[in-house]
Ligand binder design. Structure first.
Ligand code: SF4
Length: 387
């Protein structure tokens, strides 16, 4: 296909595709899917080889959020039966992080529910970063604490944070349909603050919230403009007890097309498959490694992922290798130590169908609630983490 030849050429040159080209990727047929994956895979391998970076989530504070993000099981009014707890102590968080690092992760993502941290919260997280870094030489730490106030990004940087995650989630036009308690502009502002403080910015999206192809292209083009080092791609996990519990509209094929589009638009950026990998890609997960160069190991914030051992086996079986602590994630021209984290919202989604997108993206798919399990182990419990 001429389209794919053009997109590969542009990806190797870090040249932005046109919106029409990005939309055309999302519109390809299932018959062309392997060609799309092969083309985007060339771009992925050019910038990242066969390395897969593993990131490990530690949910420092779960549930009890005053914000109303429709996709999120931790939101105000959520009746999802998730774990709810306040701040983990630094040693508890460090213990959870150690399990992920022992399992092969090179980055720990410290996430807390809430609109944004107080200065006291920044102190707590700073103590946690220190505890983790003291005990694990060379570990990368990303913080994901919501909207930042002036000066907080700088304080996190001074405390040793390497990166900060805050996702745009969806297009500016549809943002008001998924959240009313803060704005898209608030989110952009926090990514700018992270950048300005010298933190590696991480910002991504959630697909599957009833958005149109145009919305997906809009948010990915906005991300390219923000220029984060990493872009987590979440696939909505429609958790019972949230407004989006019935939004089952992704197929494995659509997830692969979305990841390919993100790779073409953000060719040299750490593209991470975040929440929803197991639920929506299912047995097609290994193909997605040809597009993304990063995943989360083990469990998500409020739901369980597949066993960490299965993640490692999948990477090896697909012919990829886990990125080592001594390997630099990003290409030389980006190079400040690497991507971000990205799953503040991994367990959530966006507004009700018809509210969010301008057009339905796909027919409703079979609800695979059998694949969604609320997290009952690891951080905030007495049970061993999955890593
Ligand atoms: S995504 Fe973050 S801010 Fe929004 S409801 Fe969930 S925890 Fe709160």
């Amino acid at each position: 296909m001429d389209l794919l030849t053009t997109l590969v050429d542009k990806g190797l040159r870090r040249e932005l595709p046109t919106r029409e080209e990005a939309l055309a990727v999302l519109a390809t047929s299932d018959d062309d899917l392997l060609d799309v994956v092969a083309a985007a895979g060339k771009v992925r391998r050019h910038w990242f080889g066969r390395r897969v970076k593993l990131n490990y989530l530690v949910n420092l504070k779960s549930g009890l959020c005053p914000e109303d993000c429709s996709y999120c099981s931790q939101r105000l009014g959520s009746t999802a039966g998730i774990l709810k707890y306040s701040w983990l102590k630094p040693d508890e968080a460090s213990k959870a992080a150690a399990a992920g690092l022992a399992g092969g992760a090179k980055r720990v993502c410290l996430v807390a529910s809430g609109r944004g941290p107080t200065d006291r919260d920044v102190d707590r997280v700073s103590d946690t970063i220190k505890a983790i870094k003291d005990q694990n030489e060379g570990v990368e730490v990303c913080a994901c604490l919501g909207l930042l106030s002036d000066g907080q990004a700088e304080r996190l940087r001074q405390a040793g944070a390497d990166a900060y995650n805050h996702n745009l989630n969806t297009s500016e036009a549809t943002y008001g349909g998924i959240t009313t308690t803060h704005t898209y502009a608030d989110r952009v502002d926090t990514v700018h603050k992270a950048h300005a403080a010298g933190l590696s910015a991480c910002s991504g999206l959630i697909a599957g919230m009833g958005e149109s192809d145009e919305d997906l292209v809009d948010v990915v083009f906005s991300l390219r403009e923000l220029d984060p080092d990493s872009v987590p791609v979440n696939f909505l996990i429609p958790v019972e007890g949230t407004p989006l519990a019935k939004e089952w509209n992704l197929t494995p094929q659509r997830c692969l097309r979305i990841l390919a589009m993100v790779r073409f638009v953000c060719p040299d950026v750490e593209v991470r498959i975040a929440g929803g990998r197991e639920v929506h890609l299912r047995t097609m997960q290994p193909l997605a490694l040809h597009l993304a160069n990063s995943i989360f190991l083990g469990d998500y914030l409020t739901t369980e992922g597949q066993a960490g051992k299965a993640d490692l086996e999948m990477i090896a079986d697909a012919g990829f290798e886990v990125e080592g602590a001594d390997q630099v994630t990003l290409p030389g021209h980006r190079a400040t130590g690497g991507g971000g984290c990205g799953s503040h919202e991994s367990d959530g989604g966006c507004g009700p169908q018809g509210v969010c997108g301008s057009a339905a993206a796909a027919p409703v798919q079979e609800a695979r609630t059998d694949l969604v399990a609320v997290r009952r182990r690891g951080a905030g419990t007495d049970l061993a983490p999955n890593a």
